[in-house]
Design a binder for this molecule. Structure first.
Ligand SMILES: O=C([O-])CC(=O)C(=O)O
Ligand SMILES: [Mg+2]
Length: 627
């Protein structure tokens, strides 16, 4: 290495504020550009350079040998990672560091930006306002989605600032319902790729693929195989929109820093005929791999991520079809830090909603009778968490507690007589009863106090069923949880109208307030976005190595406890989303405390004030000054 490149190493040591990692994947790589100049002959950074990285990003004690160079044996392949200070046009094109018109005069000089930007200087706040004005000018939700995701590709901090400052307005754009439409048209609207695509073509070399991801210190992965995207079914690899959206919320709602997040779409094909016919489809055009071939790919992935990122990598399974979702969770919860958001996250948010609703309707968990329309991941996940909490608080057996919860699937009421033909995850809820062929007859026969929709099918809470529910409950609780809005079991307006304004209503996707006869009702949003960002932050700050069900129970209790009397007076059973970062910090602190109590936390010593610690770890999207 010549003296010039040694000098460059010295500069790296002193400047970590604008550092970035670049990935010279080409075999003959021999130069990098530095401050607009080409530097020849730089091949490999000494591992000790990494010691000068921003170590606060290694929350909870990450591994130092992040590039795996120290530990590599002579036969092992290493990737010649190197870093450079970004400047000039490259700085403007780097979304992590770009500030656009918010670069000040001094930064424009120091970083070779003169002339590359128009003369005006805008504050970040003014940029936020400008972006909002732009987004609001689009009529179609999908146009808004494209515009804001485009911002993420240009200027990451501005994207998160816009999102964090305007959560209530923008959540429906970056998340349900619009993200559903975005996934359906993902090929058409495809611009720059987000996240990591792992298809059957990468079989046998998934770890190498992970090495192509520019961040080495990943702590949270959201992964889907695209088979059951929201209530929209199989969208193949276009399900990528979901991990990208969910990780956006990990950052905006939870405060996990963006560089720690990795969205993954696993592509094993699709059984969606429409996608085969779509010329713009971006995935493999083959039927879904199943059985051993499927299991092997997932297994390789699960072990590659642990190999690459260590024991404390959190993997969130998202939008897998029922048959795989339960199986994968059962298989990997023993060996990895994993949870399934559709089973466990949805369950925690629904339990929180029920706990808060009981403060409005009176009674306790054990007094309730529940009917679920839909007996898949969400339905059985919620049922099991409610049964667990009921068993714990009422001091009855879990079997007794389960008897209060009834499932209705496409064949009607789940009963003992159907036991043999039931999928295993429904069997705990096959109670003795006469057959009921649909929701209406079930509601009439069982007289539930709480009705929960997890069917993935829109319009399935019929007027007759809701009116029947309202006929024997003063304040019926109705949760229509399926997503996106088109799949919601009923609308907020229908629920309030059919119950003459008496119901406590929440839905998975947002509905606007409804005014009937001069009275306004405020529907709640029972979406797992209340839980997973805080759950993830709690795992990361405690260095948890496994997710225990009690961590979801505590997350639900914490969320419910944050619902105030004032919220309840308005009929709200969830706290306002605009407070979500605080809510997430509370959930994170309590989840972390539970992880410590259970001996699952590795970040030692345990911080004395976990809430203050959680808040101090939250990512801020404010621009940082450059030299
Ligand atoms: O993404 C959402 O809005 C909630 C969720 O996990 C699902 O519906 O699959
Ligand atoms: Mg989901």
């Amino acid at each position: 290495m010549n003296s010039f490149s040694r000098a460059v190493r010295g500069i790296w040591v002193h400047d970590s504020s604008v550092e970035r990692v670049i990935a010279p994947q080409v075999a003959n790589f021999s130069s990098i550009s530095f401050s607009g100049k080409k530097i020849e002959g730089v091949q490999q950074v000494q591992p000790d350079v990494m010691a000068n990285r921003d170590m606060s990003s290694l929350i909870g004690g990450g591994v130092r040998d992040v590039f795996g160079e120290d530990s590599a044996t002579e036969e092992q392949i290493i990737t010649p990672w190197t870093r450079a200070v970004a400047s000039g046009v490259e700085l403007l094109r780097d979304p992590r560091y770009n500030k656009g018109t918010a670069f000040n005069e001094k930064e424009r000089d120091t970083h070779y930006l003169r002339g590359l930007l128009p003369p005006a200087y805008l504050t970040q706040d003014l940029q936020v306002k400008r972006i909002l004005d732009n987004i609001r000018s689009y009529e179609e939700p999908l146009q808004k989605y494209i515009a804001i995701m485009d911002l993420l590709e240009r200027n990451e901090r501005l994207f998160y600032k816009v999102l964090i400052d305007n959560i209530e307005e923008l959540l429906p754009v970056v998340y349900t319902p619009t993200v559903g439409e975005a996934c359906q048209k993902y090929g058409l609207i495809f611009q720059r790729p987000h996240g990591l695509y792992i298809s059957l073509k990468e079989r046998g070399r998934i770890q190498d693929v992970l090495k192509n991801w520019p961040e080495k210190n990943v702590r949270v992965i959201v992964v889907t195989d695209g088979e059951r995207i929201l209530g929209l079914g199989d969208l193949g690899v276009q399900g990528m929109g979901i991990p990208v959206g969910k990780l956006g919320l990990y950052v905006a709602l939870g405060g996990i820093r963006p560089s720690l997040c990795l969205p993954v779409a696993i592509d094993v094909g699709t059984n969606n005929q429409k996608l085969f016919e779509d010329p713009y489809y971006i995935g493999l055009r083959q039927k879904r791999a199943t059985g051993q071939e499927y299991d092997d790919l997932i297994h390789e992935f699960m072990f590659a991520v642990k190999q690459e990122y260590g024991e404390k990598i959190l993997v969130q399974f998202e939008d897998f079809a029922n048959h795989n979702a339960f199986k994968l969770l059962a298989k990997y919860r023993e060996t990895h830090l994993v949870f399934n958001d559709d089973i466990q996250g949805t369950a925690a948010v629904a339990l929180a909603g029920v706990l808060a609703a009981l403060r409005l309707t009176g009674g306790n968990l054990a007094d309730q009778r529940y009917v679920f329309l839909g007996a898949g991941e969400a339905g059985t996940g919620i049922a099991e968490l409610i049964a667990t909490e009921t068993s714990r608080t009422a001091k009855i057996s879990i079997e007794e507690a389960r008897k209060k919860l009834w499932l209705v699937d496409s064949q009607g009421l789940v009963t003992k007589s159907r036991f043999e033909s039931l999928q295993h995850f429904k069997q705990n809820y096959a109670h003795e009863h006469e057959p009921c062929e649909d929701l209406l007859s079930t509601v009439k026969a069982l007289k539930p106090t709480i009705l929960i929709g997890t069917s993935g099918k829109g319009g399935t809470f019929t007027k007759e069923a809701i009116e029947a529910l309202a006929s024997f409950n003063e304040k019926p609780v109705i949760f229509a949880l399926s997503n996106p809005t088109s799949q919601s079991e009923c609308t907020a307006e229908q629920a309030y109208t059919w119950t003459k304004g008496r119901c406590v209503f929440a839905s998975g996707s947002p509905f606007n307030p409804v005014t009937i006869d001069g009275k306004t009702y405020y529907p709640g949003q029972s979406n797992n976005a209340y839980i997973f960002p805080g759950m993830g932050l709690g795992c990361v700050i405690s260095g948890a190595i496994r997710v225990h069900d009690d961590m979801f129970l505590v997350a639900a209790e914490t969320l419910a406890s944050l619902v105030t009397k004032e919220h309840l007076k308005e009929g709200l059973v969830f706290p306002p989303l605009q407070d979500i970062r605080k809510i997430s910090a509370h959930i994170a602190a309590d989840v972390a405390a539970k992880a410590y109590d259970l001996g699952l936390a590795t970040r030692l010593p345990r911080p004395a004030d976990l809430l203050a610690y959680a808040e101090s770890c939250q990512y801020s999207p404010l621009y940082r000054p450059f030299r």
